[in-house]
Design a protein around this ligand. Structure first.
Ligand code: ADP
Length: 565
């Protein structure tokens, strides 16, 4: 802009300089011209009056610098002080002579052949009809210009330099306020009020841009807050595998040692399966892989990002599916176990029934066979009951079924119920502690205590003891079932809560059990917000403690009691 203004200003001043120079030269030429004619006219007047006073001889005495010519009325040159009149042609056709013959005086300027000189002619008709002509030579415009060329050139140069400086200053003065234009300051308006609409539009644009920027950064913060707190990860890469955007979960999911400054997905720090999935997505195909990252199972879904019908990059979605996979594995294991556990008694039942049907069983053994079929089917029913209980716990029992349950009373009932079995195995049952009511589901609490007591009797030694104790401890309620039985090896103590897990795989059928009892205890406790602790020493006995949280305890009905059976 400055250059443009400078150029225009400079050209304008250059044009002004040239116009002034031409005008000046013209004026000069015109005034010189006029003065010359005035001088010639005065000279002609003076010679004419001298001729009338002193006669024609006077003309021979004229010694003027100007050329003097006397022409007859027919154009014949009678006298010329610079040439021989007899050799001169007839002047009747000359412009100044014709004018003088017609109007008394005549003027004419003729340019010489060299173009550098002009000849000025002034003619006056004498009273006798002849014409007196006075002529002088003068520099032509070109000649005058040439004479004044150097000062003119210097003057023009000076004018140009001055124009340059002034144009530059002018351009800077004009553009400076515009360069320093700040929509928030109105200084420029004092210099250019015309800029007001521009400033207003700039201000409104600035306000719009600021609002959009605020909105953008708000959304960015929101997006970052959402994505950073997401358990699922995402990573956006371009077609060179350069990471454009990602969240922390995304980086953590694809590497055991993620670094926040990683720029590309590479085999250096990523699992090869992930790199292959990215390559596949960049080739335009959606891909899904399960990767083991430091013991976690991560599902990675790589999809192509298509822009203008071309794959511009890929987006990776990662999910930690460890729990899902574990659940799936457990489910598969459970199904296999259930099938196996169901098949065993059913095969026995079917075998016994077939022998009976075919008449291979002697009459005295029929009772025994029937009893075996009965006990196998009881085992089957017990197993199915346990499976139903567990699946009910897995599905979630509606909390509306909760009611105040006095644990002491419940244990008392169970002990009463189990007494015959305990006596059969020569095991004594004890109940200690206080009446404590908790808000729970009676049937589940019954299953928990029953399973613990059943185990305590089953895995006891003849003459052993089982003690149930209910006590409060720091607001919590502890229900423990301890026995003096075989105990559980320390390294297996965590595993006994697994479904179908049994310490002795080949336990005698007379002991019974489905391998689901402690799973029901664990899940039943969890349903009540309780936890189960196990202390056991092989050869000395075990103690299972279910600890109910304070919030499940109902504060009335606290009653110290102690019973021994
Ligand atoms: P089961 O129906 O076989 O008793 P559980 O889930 O109740 O199944 O128990 C799992 C395993 O834990 C049992 O097979 C047994 O080996 C062991 N176990 C459970 N309770 C006791 C206990 N009180 N003393 C010793 N071992 C026990």
């Amino acid at each position: 802009m400055t250059l443009r203004i400078f150029r225009n200003a400079f050209l304008a001043s250059l044009a002004a300089v040239i116009a002034c120079t031409l005008f000046f030269v013209g004026i000069m030429y015109y005034s010189t011209h006029k003065l010359a004619f005035e001088r010639l006219s005065a000279e002609a007047e003076q010679i004419a009056s001298a001729l009338s006073s002193y006669g024609d001889d006077y003309i021979n005495t004229v010694t003027h610098a100007s050329r003097v010519t006397l022409v007859a009325a027919d154009g014949t040159v009678l006298f010329d002080n610079t040439a021989d009149p007899s050799k001169m042609e007839n002047h009747a056709s000359r412009e100044e002579i014709r004018e003088a013959l017609g109007g008394g005086t005549g003027e004419c300027v003729r340019m010489s052949s060299t173009l550098l000189k002009n000849t000025l002619y002034y003619s006056k008709r004498l009273p006798d009809g002849r014409v007196l002509r006075v002529a002088t030579t003068q520099d032509s415009v070109l000649s005058m210009s040439a004479t004044a060329l150097i000062p003119l050139f210097l003057g023009i140069l000076l004018a140009l330099a001055l124009s340059g400086v002034l144009a530059s200053r002018l351009a800077n003065d004009i553009t400076k306020p515009i360069y320093e234009l700040n929509p928030e300051k109105t200084d420029a308006l004092e210099v250019y009020p015309e800029l007001l609409p521009l400033l207003e539009s700039l201000l409104s644009q600035q306000r719009t841009i600021r609002a959009q920027m605020d909105e953008l950064s708000r959304r960015q913060r929101e997006f970052a807050a959402i994505t950073e707190n997401m358990r699922e990860g995402f990573i956006l890469v371009d077609n060179r595998r350069t990471i454009l955007s990602c969240n922390r979960s995304g980086l953590v999911a694809i590497s055991e040692h993620p670094r926040a400054d990683e720029k590309t997905i590479s085999r250096v720090w990523c699992k090869p399966q992930i790199c292959d999935a990215v390559d596949c997505a960049l080739a335009g195909e959606r891909n899904e892989v399960l990767v083991d990252i430091g013991g976690r199972v991560v599902q990675v879904i790589a999809s192509p990002v298509v822009s203008n019908l071309q794959v511009a990059g890929a987006v990776l979605l990662t999910m930690d599916v460890t729990e899902r996979e574990q659940r799936e594995a457990l489910r598969r294991e459970f199904t296999a176990n259930v099938s196996h556990q169901l098949k065993t008694p059913l095969t026995s039942i079917s075998g016994f029934a077939e022998l009976l049907k075919e008449g291979f069983v002697p009459p005295e053994k029929v009772r025994e066979f029937a009893s075996d079929i009965y006990s196998e089917s009881r085992r089957l029913i017990a197993l199915i009951d346990d499976i139903i209980k567990l699946s009910r716990l897995d599905e979630g029992v509606p909390s509306t079924e909760r009611e105040p349950v006095d644990l002491y009373e419940l244990c008392d009932e169970i002990i009463e119920y189990m007494q015959p079995v305990a006596q059969k195995r020569s095991v004594s049952l004890n109940l200690q502690g206080e009446h404590v009511k908790i808000l729970g589901v009676w049937s589940i609490l019954n299953d928990i205590i029953y399973s613990l007591c059943d185990n305590a009797i089953k895995y006891n030694k003849p003459g052993g003891e089982v003690t149930i104790n209910i006590k409060r401890s720091y607001g919590e309620v502890e229900l423990s079932v301890s026995d003096t039985g075989v105990g559980i090896p320390y390294e297996l103590q965590n595993r006994v809560f697994e479904r179908f897990y049994r310490v002795e795989k080949s336990q005698s059928p007379s002991i019974g059990g489905t391998g689901l009892g402690l799973s029901i205890v664990k899940h039943g406790a969890q349903f009540h917000g309780a936890r189960v602790e196990l202390e056991s020493e092989p050869g000395f006995g075990s103690k299972f403690t279910v600890i109910f949280p304070p919030e499940s305890v109902i504060e009335d009905g606290v009653n110290e009691n102690r019973t021994e059976k």
